[in-house]
Write a protein that binds this ligand. Structure first.
Ligand SMILES: [Zn+2]
Length: 216
């Protein structure tokens, strides 16, 4: 007897089947949803990005500033258009070549490697369940995928790898949240407000001020 036959077209039996397999069916549907949405990545990401720009313009407290020293104040360029129909999904932090780049929170290095636009990149999964993305690095500290790192631990050095090869040295920094129901579709947050409220940034601004440099 095949399965359709076994379950039957009888309404009660269907109801029973759904009742018995409620959680399994739910999980399967969520997985299918994830795969469908992930396969339409580009459009959906854009949709989420715009949505996030309005709804998730939140401040994440207690993060560290991702580089140890900067030369100039950071500018909010999140959401700006970029070549090829892309959107700037992070903040650029200009600094000297080789400036130490640090973990902004306690967490785990989930990916240390290369991607086309970002060059040498790191994905740090924080204990706060957010993903922190660092791009255009010049080299990595002695860390491996899966390593646990502490806040302010040096994980790399700043550079201009990837599509930043023609621009001054900077760290491209992104913050992403992982939604409960669609964990494959990570949503970007504008990191600007979180960054300028860190103690390190305030101190840096102070010292830039003392040197008489202009702050935008
Ligand atoms: Zn950037």
């Amino acid at each position: 007897m095949n399965i359709i036959h076994k379950i039957g077209l009888n309404g009660n039996r269907w109801r029973q089947f759904i009742r018995d397999h409620f959680w399994s069916i739910g999980i399967v549907l969520i997985l299918i949803g994830n795969v469908l949405i992930f396969s339409k990545d580009k459009t959906v990401r854009k949709y989420y990005l715009y949505r996030d720009y309005r709804y998730f313009n939140q401040v994440i407290e207690d993060i560290a500033f991702p580089v140890e020293v900067i030369n100039e104040a950071i500018v909010d360029t999140y959401g700006q258009p970029r070549p090829g129909g892309r959107i700037h999904e992070g903040i650029d932090i200009f600094c000297n070549w080789g400036t130490p780049v640090v973990a902004v929170v306690d967490g785990t290095i989930v990916y240390k490697g290369r991607d086309k636009l970002g060059g040498k990149v790191i994905y740090l999964l924080g204990r706060d369940n957010r993903v922190y993305y660092y791009a255009h690095l010049s080299r990595f500290a002695v860390i491996q995928n899966g390593d646990r790192v502490k806040q302010n631990q040096i994980i790399a050095r700043a550079g201009n790898s990837g599509n930043a090869w023609s621009t001054p040295t900077h760290l491209h920094f992104e913050i992403m949240t992982i939604p409960w129901l669609l964990p494959l579709v990570m949503k970007n947050i504008n990191p600007y407000k979180s960054l300028i409220e860190t103690d390190t940034y305030m101190c840096l601004l102070d010292s830039l001020n003392r040197e008489g440099l202009e702050i935008p």
